[in-house]
Design a protein around this ligand. Structure first.
Ligand code: C5P
Length: 235
């Protein structure tokens, strides 16, 4: 299995993003564009980054009524990205509406569903969201709903990959944020692991943001993340 590191380009402008990417002269990392960047720079940022040869994960986490998600996904499919997502909390019907739009548009994008954000702790899930099940059971159940709806995989913490694979099969894609090097601080993330640990837990892709983008040497940090994730050994 090829394991890939996806860099979360959470920047506030096209210029900042392209200057960041200019540092990568040898490799063409898989890039995640989230709402911060897309809302600031507009959809053309997708073409700008694609033109440079990067694969794109468009992380907009759609969550609305099925009809709205269907129509939004029809428009987003025109951007021809490689990976795109919705919130599993939007229900099976909503996830199916997203999948139908991608099929209609003949899109090759991997469709993911977000299970629970990695910034949410089990305590927050119980006390604020009133979900009584454990984090692992909830993520596993949402992942199974995503599979029933025709999604290709989920976004979850590496700590939940085993539970997801057990219920949905090893081919069901797991994309895992909440990654930090052993020496980093956690920031706002609650359920974190290192790239090496994510390998051991079976993640297909890891999403790494601040540990690369805020590093004094982002290319070296990307290489370290890739090496650790591919080998399963801390560098
Ligand atoms: O900087 P950091 O590595 O924490 O960035 C993680 C990225 O992954 C952010 O862009 C965040 O929006 C995204 N993400 C997440 N948890 C999810 C889904 C996406 O942290 N469940």
């Amino acid at each position: 299995m090829k394991r890939e590191v996806i860099i979360a380009c959470d920047f506030s402008s096209q210029q900042e993003t392209l200057e960041f990417l200019d540092q990568f002269t040898e490799e063409k990392p898989f890039i995640k564009i989230g709402m911060e960047l897309l809302y600031a720079a507009g959809p053309n940022i997708v073409n700008e980054i694609k033109k440079r040869g990067h694969k794109i994960f468009l992380d907009l986490k759609l969550h609305d009524i099925p009809n709205t998600v269907h129509k939004a996904m029809m428009n987003l499919a025109k951007l021809d990205v490689d990976m795109i997502n919705v919130h599993a909390a939007g229900t099976i019907e909503m996830m199916k509406a997203a999948k139908d739009a991608l099929v209609k548009m003949d899109s090759h994008a991997i469709l993911l569903a977000v299970t629970q954000l990695t910034s949410t702790s089990e305590e927050m899930m119980h006390d604020e969201l009133w979900i009584d099940h454990s984090m692992e059971e909830t993520v596993q159940h949402y992942a199974y709903n995503a599979k029933l709806a025709g999604c290709d995989g989920v976004v979850c913490s590496p700590l939940e990959v085993e539970a997801v694979s057990e219920k949905c099969g090893r081919d069901f894609v797991t994309v895992t944020p909440g990654i930090r090097f052993a020496s980093d601080s956690k920031g706002d993330q609650k359920r974190v692991t290192t790239p090496a640990k994510a390998h051991q837990l079976g993640s297909h892709y890891i999403v790494v943001g601040r540990s690369i983008t805020e590093s004094s040497d982002p290319v070296a940090a990307y290489r370290k993340a890739s090496k650790e994730f591919e080998s399963g050994v801390e560098a």
